[in-house]
Design a protein. Structure first.
Length: 570
């Protein structure tokens, strides 16, 4: 409760307060609050066009907000003009008793509130007496403190664990800081008032920051109902209803990367969003650098594979990159120099997938003998998982804590392997699974199916299907999808009809189908640090960078207006 006194001249402040709040009490015809009341019988007790806002509650909440912001005089003037007190006289007395440390009197006042819930009364008494006990200990009045504990706190018969904890404080070698980090009685008593405020009914003590909470709820509700929301919450305004519009979705082609000489199968942004790696059936992978102006320039072209490169995986620190040839070998590259640091292979077998452990000191490799191997960076095998449950299909994910390995175990099932407790879970589908991706928070899995559907599964507890996305085309090739946008609020996918499809993650509504490619779009990747940057890889040998038209380039790492073609140079 309370705050610093506002520093505006008193006369100016009072004049403003009078102007701003007179409408609340007098019903100015020009003010929003002065719309005709729903019925004559309401007698001014409700306001608003729908008649659901109680005038006295509304005024009290505004007064409380002004008081909390430090505008005490304005709050008092509002109470005076409206005739609606912020708090009853008994609550004012109770508040002052708490701040003054008159514990016994405050408990008597508390009982005068006439609360029907005995548990609330006991809990409030417990908080007050606990503060009394701690302050007595702080000034070394140990016997009085023990008397309070035994004769006042213990008989309440609640929170026995806390009572035992309080009794242990008597033996503490230093009792000077028991009442809180602030080591200040005044601050601690204010904190106690805040706790009591949460406990007591709002009709007695309005919850702290209630107006702010209501406004935030309204803004968040508007945000969550906006299927195009892809901007910072700080961009939202109280002056108008929130509506992002499609212009916040990356739907403009701002760059075409043309350094590959054959179909581009896979691409992925680095975790920090500063690099993009793409791989192709031309046997090469390319590391692109995302420059400060938002354009991508070729940093390194990685050569050495003897077969097309199907997968890429960035190290946790983005300093290294794994590339996996189709049933060939895995290569580890240095991002800064473009040099190959190590080649991982298993005699007689080919690699089909790769991934990093969160510590960056070991990697996982899916092998076409239906096994998964864990190697250190020098290629020494540390662990392996073998058997019919591991499929040859080439997707592999590892949770951020390194405990769970996710792999396709049958054509229609995904294995969630817990390395520590050795308990397996499965995601069962009715259709053949072609690819999947794990969300950034490790709570969801995006699964692409043979029947042209994409399924979103929750991994919290037992796996359950959350949403389905349809509209894209898939008949022959492996098409990959991804999470993206602000807080991964969108799903993007490639498609064999040369388009990039974007859905709202929560509703499943298709909101964009981007045209520009002339061949099947095999893979998409959304920049994890820039919600307005999306990349797509296609059979037309190109990578397209999609952005938001007109966005500030420097502050948002976005793009200028025209399409820029990059053939490998900066």
């Amino acid at each position: 409760m309370g705050g610093v006194e506002d520093e505006e001249p008193a006369s100016k402040r009072m004049k403003l307060a009078s102007t701003e709040f007179r409408a609340l009490s007098n019903g100015s015809s020009k003010d929003l609050m002065a719309r005709p009341l729903p019925s004559e019988g309401d007698n001014g007790k409700v306001i608003g066009s729908r008649g659901v806002i109680k005038r006295d509650e509304f005024v009290r909440i505004i007064a409380n907000a002004l008081y909390s912001l430090g505008y005490k005089n304005s709050s008092a003037r509002l109470e005076e003009e409206s005739g609606i007190p912020l708090r009853s006289s008994s609550v004012n007395i109770f508040t002052q008793q708490i701040l003054d440390g008159n514990w016994d009197e405050s408990i008597k006042t508390l009982h005068k509130f006439g609360l029907s819930n005995e548990n609330v009364v006991k809990s409030a008494c417990f908080l007050i007496l606990e503060q009394k006990y701690l302050e007595l200990l702080e000034i070394d009045k140990v016997m009085e403190a023990l008397k309070t504990l035994r004769t006042e706190i213990a008989p309440l018969s609640i929170n026995i664990v806390r009572i035992h904890e309080l009794s242990s404080f008597v033996m503490s070698p230093s009792r000077s800081g028991l009442i809180g980090e602030e080591n200040s009685r005044a601050k601690s008593r204010t904190k106690l008032l805040g706790e009591l405020q949460k406990l007591l009914p709002p009709s007695i003590m309005i919850p702290e920051n209630r107006l702010e909470d209501l406004v935030e709820q309204a803004l968040l509700l508007q945000r969550d109902s906006c299927v195009y929301h892809n901007a910072s919450d700080q961009d939202m305004s109280l002056y108008m209803d929130h509506d992002c519009g499609k212009n916040k979705i990356p739907s403009q082609t701002f760059q075409v990367l043309q350094a590959h000489s054959d179909e581009v199968w896979f691409l992925q942004f680095s975790h920090n969003g500063k690099f993009l790696a793409s791989s192709s059936s031309d046997l090469s992978a390319i590391i692109w650098e995302v420059n400060s102006n938002g354009k991508c320039s070729l940093k390194h072209k990685l050569s050495g594979h003897q077969k097309p490169i199907s997968l890429i995986s960035w190290s946790p620190d983005d300093n290294q990159l794994l590339t996996c040839g189709v049933e060939e070998v895995i290569r580890r590259w240095d991002v800064s120099t473009g040099k190959c640091l190590h080649v991982y292979e298993k005699a007689g077998f080919g690699m089909v997938s790769c991934g990093w452990f969160p510590d960056g000191k070991s990697i996982l490799a899916g092998i076409n003998d239906k096994s998964i191997s864990m190697w250190d960076l020098d290629g020494k095998e540390l662990d392996s998982w073998k058997g019919q449950r591991i499929s040859k299909i080439s997707d592999l994910e590892i949770s951020d804590d390194g405990k769970n390995i996710i792999s396709i175990c049958r054509e229609t099932a995904i294995l969630l392997l817990d390395r520590e407790i050795k308990i397996d879970r499965w995601i069962e589908e009715d259709q053949v699974i072609t690819s999947f991706q794990l969300s950034k928070d490790n709570k969801f899995l995006l699964v692409n199916l043979l029947n042209q559907e994409i399924h979103l599964w929750s991994l919290v507890g037992e796996p359950n299907l959350v949403c389905k996305y349809t509209g894209h085309k898939r008949t022959r090739f492996v098409i990959r999808s991804c999470f993206g946008g602000l807080e991964e609020a969108f799903i993007a996918s490639g498609s064999e009809d040369s388009r990039v499809y974007i859905w709202h993650r929560g509703s499943g509504e298709l909101i964009e189908a981007l045209t520009g490619h002339s061949g099947s779009v095999n893979c998409v990747s959304w920049n994890p640090t820039n919600p307005h940057m999306l990349a797509s890889a296609s059979d037309d040998h190109t990578v397209r960078i999609w952005g938001v038209k007109g966005l500030n380039v420097k502050s948002k790492n976005a793009y200028s207006n025209g399409i820029h073609y990059c053939n490998g140079g900066a």
